[in-house]
Design a protein around this ligand. Sequence first.
Ligand code: NAD
Length: 457
Amino acid sequence: MKIINPATEQIISEVEVDSPEVIQSVWEVLADGQRRWAKISMRERLKAIERFYELLDQQQDDLAHTLTSEMGKPLNQAKGEVQGARSRISWFLEHAEKYLADEWIEQEAGNGQMIRWDPLGVVGNISAWNYPYLVGVNVFIPALLAGNSVMYKPSEYATLTGLKIEELLHQAGIPRNVFQMVTGGKEAGEAMLDLPLDGYFFTGSNRTGQYIYERVAKKMVPCQMELGGKDPLYVSADNKNIAAVAQAAAEGAFYNAGQSCCAVERIYVHHSLYEAFTEAFVAETKTFKIGDPLAEDTFIGPLARKAQVEFLQKQVGDAVIKGAEILAGEERWRDKGYYFIPTVLGDVTHSMEIMTEESFGPIIGIQAVKDDAEAIELMQDTQYGLTAAVYADQWKSAEPILRQMRTGTVYWNCCDRLRPGLPWSGRQHSGIGTTLSYLGVRSFAQPKAFHLNGIWT
Ligand code: NAD
């Protein structure tokens, strides 16, 4: 498999893809390793993860450079991602043990009721490229701490990063028969689906997610999905500092070139503020430095995948034919690389794909609404359910709207963010199951109910 730098379109490396036979033998090794790993104390497991946490910091610059070279994320954002992953790991290091400890429900003499959290076994993690560290640690850190072994398949667009993660985990003391990376794209993922793994944890597109969910169904094992979104942001009439709101919204839409699952994907603005907001939003967008992702001051690098350039052009074309106005982004990038200039569209409606289908790139539509009721109706006009944001000066303006959202996460005066103590989950077509928080620790364990009839101490 050729690894291409999306900024230069040059081949930077070639790696060997794992065949189904190799992947089968990796599973055999991991099944053996898991039985031993489950018997190792939580303290030992925590120690290894703590060393991984330190290694990420020591090698931050090298790791960020690799990530930038293979998927185009600006270097500063790549460093930010490594540090973001460390802060999640730190949360797991502090909290995982208590959420996986034996839980007494009744503890009277002769009558004990207890829940014990058993590992699942060998779990498969099929992952995405847009935040390989963040979406990776959401899964493999709690999975390892809970006593599972992990077959990890990073996206083919984050292969070199996946190899680094594997190397550092082994260096940190996670045994080779407890964590193994599988190299490859769709075919390697398919080979994992053919194996009798004890749980499947997927991060990626809705289309692949639905396919995997159906394939895994017959196995009757946990199958968790973190999928895409079409996340709305609403600017209500209750906003005085419109410049600050526009600045936050533009960053939420265009950070990582819009390639975030919880990126702001569509914006609704109360009609009284529409003009002021779009003007400030466009002005902010035009300040973003686009170019070489290795340059310190670049905010927008190339897209990770060539095909996405055409996909975004089609969404913009569809909107323009149906009456949208291009407010920013008409000019095209002429140099090499999969660049797409941040594009802002006004006068959009829900007849346009840009307002209904995930874009996953630096394009955004802004629509005026007459009141909160119309905003709610349009925000809900989707099959996705990842996040929704409301900007309003007062909580009492935002809360009734957020309460009605059918999404796993809602934001008041912020957007495009996660916190490790809170559950990360999508509803409807955005996913099934939870990572992060105590719920996301227990996603990698199964409860066993103990009924104790006798004296146990
Ligand atoms: P993708 O669905 O194309 O690929 C994801 C993974 O699935 C890759 O590792 C790929 O090799 C593998 N794969 C592809 N076809 C397969 C098959 N038939 N069988 C088994 N495995 C297969 O998604 P992507 O482009 O890597 O990621 C972008 C998507 O991920 C976006 O939709 C984004 O919103 C979503 N995402 C969601 C979250 C979240 O937390 N909800 C986080 C990051 C990304």
